[in-house]
Design a protein around this ligand. Structure first.
Ligand code: GTP
Ligand code: ZN
Length: 199
């Protein structure tokens, strides 16, 4: 995996001013972003969120998932301690891409759950890769993470990719009537460490 640093700038947000670092994944051409706050290269574990792109949830206020709320909660948590990193990975729709995700949503509108919809389209439930994370963290001088996630497969994949995760912090937020089934499927079929919604 080859990831090259391209540029850094400030990114003011409602939560505070972050440093934004842009990287290019030489293999896929994907443009990944890291937002950092504070001194993250001092050797101490860094509060982190590894977030996969969700245009609908992160930018278009969708209530079908919990992504937007999780992203905001992570930015807020980092701003509170004035130190941390968000790795914003450009792998929309768990790696199937935006237009296939819309196709999957169409199947979900007809009764499929998120896993069944992916499978009906000929995809595995989760096609994400995490091999770009280690080179990005290395470039930023980060050795170990306190990771905000509810996803056991993500923890395992990141550790396999060479990341040192010293603590896992739950990030349960954004539950609403439209994403109850989505969260139930995450808990039941994908093993997420979340309190199952009431059925
Ligand atoms: N294919 C597909 N992708 C989805 C769907 N809903 C959300 N996504 C994508 O799922 C990714 C987020 O993954 P999740 O499994 O929700 O959560 P996670 O990030 O792995 O786990 P946490 O760290 O606990 O949030 C983003 O890339 C979303 O675009 C869906 O119904 N189908
Ligand atoms: Zn989402």
């Amino acid at each position: 995996m080859s990831v090259s640093f391209v540029a850094s700038s400030k990114l003011p947000t409602p939560f505070g001013v972050f440093d934004m670092h842009g990287f290019i994944d030489e293999l896929t051409g994907k443009e990944h972003v890291a937002l950092t706050m504070g001194n993250v290269s001092d050797g101490e574990p860094v509060l982190a969120r590894v977030h996969s792109e969700c245009l609908t949830g992160d930018a278009l206020f969708s209530l079908r998932c919990d992504c937007g709320a999780q992203l905001q909660a992570a930015l807020k948590a980092i701003a509170e301690v004035e130190r941390g990193i968000i790795l914003y990975l450009r792998q929309e729709g768990r790696g199937i891409g935006l237009l296939n995700k819309i196709k999957a949503y169409h199947l979900q509108d007809g009764g499929a759950d998120t896993v069944e919809a992916n499978e009906q389209l000929g995809f595995a439930a989760d096609l994400r890769r995490y091999d770009m994370c280690q080179p990005i963290l290395k470039y930023l001088g980060i050795g170990s993470l306190c990771l905000m996630t509810n996803n056991p497969a993500k923890v395992a994949a990141l550790e396999k990719a060479g990341l040192k995760i010293i603590e896992r912090k739950p990030i349960e937020t954004g539950r609403n009537p439209h994403n109850e089934r989505y969260l139930l499927t995450k808990a039941d079929k994908m093993g997420h460490w979340i309190t199952p919604p009431e059925t």
